[in-house]
Design a protein around this ligand. Structure first.
Ligand SMILES: Cc1cc2nc3c(=O)[nH]c(=O)nc-3n(C[C@H](O)[C@H](O)[C@H](O)COP(=O)(O)OP(=O)(O)OC[C@H]3O[C@@H](n4cnc5c(N)ncnc54)[C@H](O)[C@@H]3O)c2cc1C
Ligand code: SF4
Length: 323
């Protein structure tokens, strides 16, 4: 499959990259390209300009600063399981990175690109030829949704593997825009509309991911259920973070909704309680109520509900054993 025509630019600074994004309405950032270029080959994304930010220095780093771990958006996923600071302080982040796609995706793909990846849908992630058999859907520029009979919003799913573990650690992200920057919670990066999954302002670029110190000394884990052991997105992914001292347990899921979700109801049931077999069973039954599952993937919502329950049960039991 060939790429469509586009203009290729290599901005030398973050400011220059932000200007390109604000001046060109259909310009896109190119990081590792493992998500974007595949979508372009399918003609579901056809940007007029690609701004390759890999030439900008200072976006590829991992360091500890005042207790918090700061990771540059251009850091390759592979680095997350090859760097001692991460493997020792946040091993769950290392294993989440090792679960993404294949070794090649982990070498080329970046943490920023992973968080900013496009949502997925069985009617969208197809070749142009496959899609030509039906009317273009809302996300692909048409006026219809083949999943839900409404056209105000796209119900495609966010399927990234890195967001859940960062969400339970209350991670923050830094967004730069022409010499200015703002720090927001990772949760508020996601819009909840599959058509434009990121809630960013025009010209903004993700530059940094910040894991607060409070998240570092507790148990966390990410569990991914996929069809194959590699080169496969999660059918469902679940992360938990658990502090025995604070009696606080955080839960998140991916591939079950239009954005990665924190399971707030489950968290409030768990708050202030020690984990036990009874509590795990009580909350496992609540798992599927946290997500708005629709038929946007090849797997039935009922199957995904059972997976959510199973993954939550096994991750919480692991937390119990470790405590
Ligand atoms: C066969 C296959 C299997 C895959 N399996 C998985 C999987 O198991 N799990 C998973 O999570 N992903 C998977 N992916 C998706 C992808 O490989 C990863 O998400 C990867 O981490 C994306 O990073 P990247 O640097 O290549 O992003 P790119 O493709 O360069 O960019 C992805 C998107 O993010 C935007 N972007 C990139 N960087 C920034 C930034 N700093 N600021 C603002 N916007 C930015 C781009 O404009 C683009 O829209 C798979 C892809 C393929 C093709
Ligand atoms: S959910 Fe609907 S609009 Fe969104 S990608 Fe799928 S078919 Fe298209």
């Amino acid at each position: 499959m060939r790429l469509p025509k586009f203009e290729y630019v290599e901005p030398k600074s973050i400011e220059e990259a932000c200007s390109i994004l604000s001046d060109e309405s259909s310009a896109k950032i190119l990081a590792g390209g493992t998500d974007l270029l595949a979508n372009m080959k399918h003609r579901v994304e056809v940007p007029s300009v690609l701004a390759n930010i890999k030439r900008i220095s200072g976006l590829d780093f991992i360091r500890q600063d005042n207790g918090a771990i700061r990771i540059g958006a251009l850091t390759p996923l592979k680095r997350l399981y090859k760097t001692t600071l991460v493997t020792e302080k946040v091993p769950a982040l290392s294993s989440a990175a090792a679960s993404v796609g294949s070794y090649h995706h982990q070498t080329m793909g970046t943490l920023g690109g992973n968080l900013c990846q496009q949502n997925r849908c069985k009617y969208f992630n197809q070749s142009q030829w496959w899609r030509s058999a039906r009317e273009p859907c809302f996300k692909a520029g048409g006026g219809i949704c083949h999943v839900v009979n409404k056209k105000e919003i796209c119900y495609s799913s966010y399927c990234g593997d890195m967001a859940p573990i960062l969400l339970v650690m209350n991670a923050k992200v830094v967004l730069a825009n022409k010499g200015d920057s703002r720090e927001i919670s990772l949760q508020s990066l996601f819009s909840g509309d599959g058509k434009t999954p990121l809630d960013t302002k025009k010209g903004e670029i993700l530059t940094e991911i910040v894991i607060p110190e409070e998240a570092l000394n507790s148990f966390s884990t990410y569990s991914k259920f996929a069809n194959r052991e590699s080169i496969d997105f999660p059918i469902v992914g679940a992360a938990i973070w658990s502090s025995v001292q604070r009696k606080e347990h955080r839960v998140s899921f991916t591939a079950v909704d239009r954005k990665p979700i924190r399971a707030r109801n489950i968290e409030s049931v768990l708050k202030g309680r020690d984990l036990s077999e009874e509590i795990v069973e009580e909350v496992a039954g609540l798992a599927s109520k946290e997500a708005a599952l629709v038929k946007s993937s090849n797997y039935a919502p009922s199957y995904k509900r059972r997976l959510m329950e199973g993954l939550l049960r096994s991750t919480l039991k692991e937390a119990m054993r470790r405590s």
